[in-house]
Design a protein around this ligand. Structure first.
Ligand code: SAJ
Length: 417
């Protein structure tokens, strides 16, 4: 089959390459000419395990364009960010993609919307644009099949996760099943288009609300002189309890954004907005721990370990580090960042040694594996303070190396326990 994939980002590019490897003729479409230049050189615009090898294997079936060509299938995998000024989904890229498709849309073609969208978008926004082709909705096929792969393990999850396909009608769903089953080994579940849109938002909201609960437990534990990490481990022995990990806040393009796609147009949501509020306030809480550790130090410098939104990825979208850095700068802290995965960031990045030079406190924000390997004895600092918001270091090792250590959510040390 000939397939256009519109949007060559974290989801579109791996999807395009998996389909190319499965033998389809793929046209990768992106309006970002810089990105196309990088790809044409044989390089990748971002890192993802296994993607380089896959690109190498699939490139003979993969061409790059700035607009779509006539074909059998069109997959839309463009970003759907949140307009932060009003907390409403910005669907301009989806509209733009549909506008590019309708002039080349032919009878029996399939259009798949993979981008995460508020319920109703496929039918209310995409369908009317596609009908400008002159075809009516019985003559082409439209489905929503939400991407559900996790960054850091995208290719495996795309291959092995179950998939949801919500078609405008049964014929559309069947056609999409035919396409995805050429590389997906997970089960494919069928539903209607609006339910598919809702399922995706419910999944990410479920995670956000559960992380908020873990974060709230963490803060209650701080107030009560309890080690939340030990308490969570023990609670999770219960057969029906599975508490997530507290952290410095929820980042990434999905979980910190998608729940608001549900609440933006709702008059009834309470819990979802509250969870967002709790998670968004974690950077403030983390900074309050820094304030305690650096009290009495004049013009303190802090070293932020990790600016990616989560461990072992190079993605900094919506990272909690940005809010922590901005708030810290506003309070007069000097901030130096170190991240072994990230190359470009809004703030200067230092190597490990330079990031701690003359520093008064290390703050672990991201759970990169590399941070576990650091030998604290080798770190030269002005004051040896360590705050670990992810509970990932070997606390005794750092104490032995002369550090005053604080694990977020563990205040048991102050109670003499
Ligand atoms: N986090 C915590 N505590 C936890 C788990 C995560 O603080 O226990 C934080 C992370 O550090 C990160 C944020 O939450 O800042 C989100 O990370 P994540 O690993 O939970 O999720 P994402 O955003 O990388 O990917 C999610 C996934 N959704 C679900 O697991 C329900 C993925 O399957 C989706 O495809 C993706 O969103 C998406 O594109 O929508």
């Amino acid at each position: 089959m000939k397939i256009n994939v519109l949007g060559l980002g974290y989801i579109g590019l791996p999807t395009a390459l998996l389909l190319a490897k499965a033998g389809h003729e793929i046209v990768g479409v992106d309006i970002d000419e810089e990105k196309l230049k990088i790809l044409k050189k044989g390089e990748l615009p971002f890192k993802e395990p296994g993607l380089e090898e896959l690109y190498h294997e699939a490139k003979n079936n993969f061409t790059l364009r700035t607009s779509p060509e006539k074909s059998d299938v069109f997959i839309i995998a463009v970003p759907t960010p949140l307009d932060r000024t009003i907390d409403v989904a910005d669907l301009s890229s989806v509209k733009q993609a549909a506008d590019m498709i309708y002039p080349v849309l032919r009878k029996d073609d399939l259009v798949v919307l993979e981008s995460t969208v508020p319920p109703g978008t496929s039918k209310n926004l995409v369908l009317p644009i596609l009908k400008k082709s002159g075809l009516d909705e019985t003559e082409f096929h439209l489905v929503h099949s939400p991407e559900r792969a996790i960054p850091g393990n995208t290719l495996n999850e795309m291959r092995y996760n179950d998939r949801i396909i919500g078609g405008l009608d049964k014929k559309a769903t069947n056609k999409a099943k035919e396409v995805y089953s050429t590389f997906s080994e997970g089960e494919i579940f069928e539903t209607d288009v609006k339910t598919a849109e809702m399922v995706k938002l419910m999944e990410n909201t479920f995670r956000d609300v559960n992380i908020a609960l873990a974060n709230e437990f963490s803060r209650i534990s701080e107030d009560s002189g309890i080690d939340v990490w030990e308490a969570i481990d023990l609670a999770n022995n219960h057969p029906r309890v599975d508490i997530l990990h507290p952290g410095p806040g929820v980042g990434g393009h999905c979980i910190s954004v998608d729940p608001l796609f549900l609440t933006a147009n709702s008059t009834t949501s309470k819990m979802i907005n509250l969870a967002r509020e709790i998670n968004d306030s974690m950077p403030n809480f983390v900074l309050s721990l820094v304030r305690k550790k650096t009290a009495g130090i004049e013009r303190p410098t802090i070293s932020i370990f990790g600016v990616a939104y989560k461990g072992n990825v190079d993605d900094t979208r919506e990272t909690p580090s940005k809010k922590i850095i901005k708030l810290a700068n506003n309070e007069g802290y000097r901030v130096k960042c170190y991240d072994p995965h990230v190359k470009d960031f809004d703030y200067e990045l230092y190597d490990l040694e330079e990031s701690v030079r003359e520093s008064d406190c290390i703050l672990i924000v991201t759970d990169h594996d590399e941070f576990k390997e650091i030998d604290p004895k080798n770190l030269e600092m002005r004051n040896k303070n360590m705050i670990d918001s992810r509970n990932m270091i070997d606390k005794d090792l750092w104490i032995e190396a002369g550090f005053d250590v604080k694990i977020m959510g563990d205040d048991a040390e102050y109670t003499g326990y």
